[in-house]
Design a protein around this ligand. Structure first.
Ligand code: PMV
Length: 333
């Protein structure tokens, strides 16, 4: 491959079972606590990056059209970091294709920045070992650090007192999990959200009286989640994940001004999840920075859960399982 041929990478979104919510450093994207997620086998993003030495500036195409505004700025800021680290000043051409609605709380930025990090690292000759790649992806979007890995991953906040805190914060694969989880995504709305997760996080940390309590509990949740995954205890996995996610929403709803991603449709879906449990099914809900609800269940129950969620909400329902980490198209590897 010459410098000007595109490197193409594919990555999938991940859904956190213990959420990342709150930064201690906005520029370096360092979180206040560890988080843990499952990378999905649905909604891949495919991204091609090539150097364009003769171009006047970066060219960013998203789903066939030039990216604009905040989205373009986040991508070009990320490319600036890649140029700074590689010592190569050439502008880039980026062509990215999502299969997940962007900005709807379905974690498009996680798969998106993981794919961009890998393709850009290949195109600009940066290290591509999982730790380096996870650190790099983190600088695009915190949750992207986890999509570098397949299956379950834990993102370490890193020691705030470390000499180089940027270096200390990355995600690692969790390799001792003994549960076969499915995530049933209930897509209630696919449009972009009115408040970005970045802004919502900032506001929550600064103003919500509930945030310190949630953060303390979230640190405990991480230990409980790791043990439950190891022991194959799906009930504890589900209960911990649901409480962690609903607690996160309580923190943002008590920020000022409040951020509310939950809608009447989300509440109807959450009620239906409770009904499934009352009927004896192991099903628990999680939500991110958007109105959509994802139902956590044993893979063996996924079809039943999906049918029953579809029945009530009339929403598009997608069953996902654990998926692969970010990877280059074979001919680029
Ligand atoms: O990486 P960001 O800035 O899109 O953060 C998203 C954080 C949540 O999705 C709400 C939670 C998580 O841990 O993924």
């Amino acid at each position: 491959m010459t410098d000007c041929e595109p490197a193409v990478a594919v990555a999938h979104p991940n859904i956190a079972l213990v959420k990342y919510w709150g930064k201690r450093d906005e520029r370096l994207i360092l979180p206040l606590a560890d988080s843990l997620s499952l990378t999905l086998d649905a909604f891949p993003t495919t991204t091609a990056v090539r150097q364009a030495p003769d171009a006047p500036e970066d060219r960013v195409i998203m789903d066939g059209v030039p990216a604009r505004g905040e989205m373009r700025r986040r991508i070009t800021d990320f490319l600036d970091l890649v140029r700074e680290r590689s010592g190569i000043r050439a502008p880039a051409v980026v062509d990215t294709r999502n299969t997940v609605p962007v900005g709807a709380g379905l974690a498009s930025s996680a798969g998106g920045f993981a794919a961009l990090a890998l393709a850009a690292a290949r195109a600009y000759g940066l290290p591509r070992d999982p730790v380096s790649l996870s650190r790099l992806a983190r600088r695009g979007s915190g949750s992207a650090s986890r999509s570098v890995h397949g299956g379950f991953a834990v993102w370490h906040a890193g020691d705030p007192g470390a000499a180089d805190p940027d270096h200390a914060s990355y995600a690692e694969a969790v390799t001792d999990a003994r549960v076969d989880l499915a995530l049933v995504a209930v897509i209630l709305e696919a449009g972009p959200k009115s408040v970005s997760s970045r802004e919502a996080m900032r506001r929550t940390v600064a103003t919500s009286p509930l945030f310190p309590g949630w953060l303390r509990k979230s640190r405990e949740d991480l230990g409980r989640m790791r043990a439950a995954l190891r022991e194959g205890d799906i009930t504890t996995v589900g209960e911990t994940a649901e409480r962690n996610a609903l607690g996160m929403h309580a923190t943002m709803e008590t920020a000022s001004p409040p951020v509310r991603y939950r809608t009447a449709a989300s509440d109807a879906a959450l009620t239906q999840v409770r009904r499934l449990r009352a009927d004896g099914l192991g099903a628990w809900a999680t939500m991110d920075a958007g109105p959509n609800v994802k139902v956590i269940c044993d893979a063996a129950d996924a079809k039943t859960v999906a049918a029953r969620m579809g029945e009530v909400t009339g929403a598009r329902v997608v069953v996902a399982g654990g998926g692969p980490g970010a990877r280059l198209r074979t001919e680029d590897a």
